[in-house]
Design a protein around this ligand. Structure first.
Ligand code: HEC
Length: 145
């Protein structure tokens, strides 16, 4: 009799622990459990963009490490002045530009980089599908941690 009461108390306690964890998660105390949308189109597009970014990742780091590879680091590139990532040796063509990366300009860039910055050193054939470009741009704007 005593044993089963103890068991009940133990399982009640673990239930409470789970409930507390879920509450922390929902209120954002759990380290951003809900930083990414958990379901729906947003998450699907984000995932698609993340997968597509593998094509860029050979040349671009997007972590906040400050590291650039063959291409400049892309952390926070949406809204950043073109050719401005510290320490990266841009092409003369890119250095001569004077614009900020918006989603619209990125869309043209990812279609064909040379139409935006003629003479750029980014050797990339372009993404022909508009939905692929949109997914990558969504990922650039909000990369997963
Ligand atoms: C073969 C290597 C390579 C690949 C693949 C590549 N890039 Fe680049 N990227 C570069 C280089 C090199 C530059 C610098 C261009 C310059 O200085 O003219 C650059 C520049 C950029 C810039 C401008 C950044 C700034 O600081 O102004 C953006 C945005 C960009 N790339 C996005 C992408 C995305 C998104 C992909 C994937 C769809 C991609 N790149 C694929 C090499 C690459």
């Amino acid at each position: 009799m005593r044993k089963s009461l103890e068991k009940t108390i133990v399982s009640l306690k673990s239930l409470l622990a789970v409930a507390a964890l879920m509450t922390a998660c929902l209120t954002g105390l759990g380290g951003g459990c809900l930083a990414q949308p958990a379901s729906g189109d947003g998450a699907a597009i984000g995932l698609h963009g993340k997968r597509l970014f593998l094509r860029c990742a050979s040349c671009h780091d997007i972590s906040d490490s400050g590291v650039s590879r063959i291409g400049p680091n892309l952390r926070g590139v949406v809204g950043r002045k073109a050719g401005s990532f510290p320490g990266y040796a841009y092409s003369p063509a890119m250095k001569a530009t004077d614009f900020v990366w918006t989603e619209a300009i990125l869309d043209r860039w990812l279609t064909d980089p040379n139409t935006v910055v003629p003479g750029t050193s980014m050797a990339f054939g372009g993404l022909p599908k508009p939905e692929d470009r949109a997914a990558i741009i969504a990922y650039l704007a909000n990369p997963a941690p």
